[in-house]
Design a protein around this ligand. Sequence first.
Ligand code: UTP
Length: 287
Amino acid sequence: MNKIRKALLPVAGHGTRFLPASKATPKEMLPIIDKPLVQFAVEEAIEIGIEEIIFIISPHKHSIKKHFDFSKSIEKKLIESNKKDFLEKANPENFKDLKFTYINQDEQKGLGHAILLAKDYILDEPFAILLPDDLFFSSCLAQLSEIYHETNNSVIAVNRIDSKNIHKYGVIDPGSINDRFIEIKSIVEKPKPEEAPSDIAVCGRYILNSSIFNYLEETSPDKSNEIQLTDAIKLMLKDEKISACIYKGEKFDCGSKQGYVEATISISLRDNEIKDDIKNYIKQLKI
Ligand code: UTP
């Protein structure tokens, strides 16, 4: 069985939709209550036994590296001030066995370009990609991993999208469908609503065979001069089968203001410390 050991987290984007918050703080470090978005993605990767997290990072996003570094000074302060309950939050146990690798993307030339930078780090094994903007409540990667091991084909996560929003996503042309996954016939990046081949859009989790790097190298930049992962997947489909897995569970697009607020409300309603107060607060709102 081909074990998936490495996960790529592209976090070099500009985060324009979250200005001014993203001016000095990477969008991926914005918290949902007390945990940055990027940590949710790392924890999801840990759930399927990933051993190495490879960040594609923009050189000024130091705080992401700092966040995942073991902090001796915080540990010391927490022990001295008898706040040991916070030790696990500051330096989670399950980060200690993980290898963190950082690759700089100096110019933001698109998601496909960011992924291609990891070619020499992945070599010839299957790997996962997680876009931290998308927050999944039950592990999406675990659902993909099951299908990957059953089919040995690359597999990407999808969900159904309202037609008014379909132009924001990669959209698949579905072939045969069974109760677990869909065969992808083709894929198109950000189609006009009237040209979308379906209402089934790609969401930010992938398990890909390393052959994707050959197709990324062949992919031409789009109108905005960015190399799109979707375009490389489209080329790959000419030679290889790729499955789509309809994610079962709750998902939030935290790259948009609406998704970010919805995720915050939803997580607050699961947090034992604050959920009753938040429920009462919502009930008394005169909407
Ligand atoms: P987005 O399309 O959401 O772009 O990227 P963005 O720059 O983060 O946000 P907006 O649209 O300007 O508000 C999807 C993912 O791909 C990464 C981003 O960091 C995000 O995780 N990305 C995008 C890169 O790593 N490099 C790029 O050149 C582009």
